[in-house]
Design a protein around this ligand. Structure first.
Ligand code: TGC
Ligand code: FAD
Length: 389
């Protein structure tokens, strides 16, 4: 009963089935009991709270939609979205770890891997025994990953990998990395690189003001010998990593709603309690405008995410539809965080409240998984037929 009551202005709960509600309540309870008590300290210290990994696995946040036969939770896309929403209500950095593990590590192994690779890695990734990361971005190729320089050469019984990836979530402690690299013909392939392989290192990126509770790092490959069985055989070309991004971006469209909900809920409570000029600030029109616009935008974002989830369940969602939801919902959350911060006045800048942490986190979320600009250009290309990248 004392769990978070989410804003639900349009009775969207009526659209959820019993399984969705069960998943939501279980994730919500875990966030309250395990994540919320440790997150502020972790963010202040800029340390990833590794103690949360086991619980994330237990609530099914590692591979929610991967079939149970491979250790996943076997849930639908709406449940996946709800899990991301509830975790990001706690912190975008922890949601990032779940996104990467599920959509960027388990998904490519599930969708592009052979049976032996699925058996070898998926159950251990689902249980959290192995943690993965996803290496696409390079120092000189962020929005334009097709230009990547990381490459591998065929040496008969193995490959040799060279290059570097930057801004990689989970890199500093990941056990395995799904790495995208070009072969001698310039074709992009996915390779599974394991910690401990000679010539492979993962230095941490420090001094972030955003996603401080998430560990970010580099992947450096210096003549790394990769067994041939570590190449993902079933798909290649830039479309392979972009297919993983579709799944992660969809999860982010839900996740951002969680961060927005927490900011809105905090600001609404504060506005009702904070007395200035003899009255709660909630009686003032200027504060009501902020709060009314917040709930309107949250409601629109919820409808977008829910409809996208039903399209994904039917296998009908296009990449451009996913871009629209990721872009809209993250910007919505960032704007709400900024407005909510103002409602709290000076208190809004402290770690006593979660708003400033959400705001800073969302500055990464609006940039990673395709920047705000790139998603707009994807919509532009979709409606005009002209790529303007
Ligand atoms: P373009 O020529 O348009 O496309 C190349 C090939 O890919 C196909 N394709 C897709 N396939 C599947 N899903 C999609 N979403 C796809 N989009 C495109 C396309 O049909 C084509 O196939 P083919 O067979 O003709 O070769 O490629 P382009 O080089 O012009 O680039 C397009 C652009 C700019 C949209 C793309 O490169 C892009 O999305 N850039 C943004 C990069 C990005 O999002 N990076 C994210 C890195 S991972 C990350 O940030 C993780 S943070 C995680 C966390 O912590 O939560
Ligand atoms: P750039 O591509 O250099 O863009 C700079 C600016 O130029 C942006 O505003 C962009 O919108 C704009 N721009 C670029 N191209 C165009 C164009 N054609 N037209 C108009 N404007 C344009 N990557 C991974 O592979 N794995 C991860 O796990 C991962 N985790 C991340 C975690 C964090 C905390 C962060 C911050 C990033 C992470 N990334 C990850 C990288 C992320 O995906 C990239 O930062 C992102 O794709 C943008 O690339 P960039 O930073 O090089 O910016």
């Amino acid at each position: 009963p004392d769990l978070f009551t989410a804003p639900d202005y349009y009775n969207l709960d009526d659209l959820l089935n019993d399984e969705h509600k069960m998943v939501r309540d279980a994730t919500r309870a875990w966030v309250k009991k395990e994540l919320s008590p440790v997150i502020e300290d972790a963010a202040q210290k800029a340390e990833f709270p590794k103690g949360l990994l086991k619980g994330l696995a237990e609530i099914g946040a590692f591979g929610p939609y991967i079939p149970e036969s491979y250790g996943g939770a076997g849930l639908d896309q709406i449940s996946y979205g709800i899990i991301m929403q509830e975790i990001e209500r706690g912190d975008s950095g922890i949601r990032s770890t779940a996104s990467v593990q599920s959509s960027l590590v388990m998904y490519p192994i599930y969708a592009y891997g052979c049976e032996e690779q699925k058996q070898k890695y998926l159950p251990k990734l689902a249980s959290g025994e192995l943690i993965g990361c996803f290496g696409l971005t390079e120092p000189d190729f962020g929005s334009n990953p097709g230009g990547m320089l990381t490459n591998f050469k065929d040496k008969g019984d193995h490959y040799v990998l060279n290059g570097a990836k930057l801004w990689i979530s989970n890199a500093p402690f990941a056990d395995i990395a799904v790495v995208w690299a070009k072969n001698e013909e310039g074709r992009i392939h996915g390779l599974i690189v394991e910690r401990g392989m000679e010539g492979f290192s993962t230095p941490e990126t420090h001094n972030k003001w955003s996603l401080r509770a998430s560990a970010t790092g580099e992947l450096i490959f210096n003549d790394v010998k990769i067994p041939k069985e570590n190449l993902l055989p079933e798909k290649n070309g830039l479309g392979a990593p972009l297919g993983c991004l579709d799944s992660a971006r969809y999860g982010i469209a839900w996740g951002a709603i969680g961060a927005a909900m927490d900011c809105y809920d905090t600001a609404l409570r504060y506005a009702k309690e904070r007395i200035q000029f003899g009255k709660p600030i909630a009686v003032k029109q200027l504060q009501q405008k902020k709060l009314a616009e917040m709930i309107t935008e949250i409601t629109k974002a919820q409808l977008l995410a829910w409809r996208l989830g039903t399209l994904r369940n039917e296998g009908k969602a296009t990449s451009a539809q996913i871009s629209m939801a990721k872009r809209n919902n993250v910007e919505m959350a960032l704007k709400i965080a900024r407005e909510a911060r103002q409602i709290l006045g000076a208190m809004g800048i402290t770690g006593e409240y979660s708003i400033m942490r959400h705001m800073m986190n969302l500055e990464s979320v609006i940039t990673y998984e395709g920047t705000h600009d790139i998603h707009l250009l994807i919509t532009g290309m979709d409606i005009t037929g002209h790529p303007a990248f």
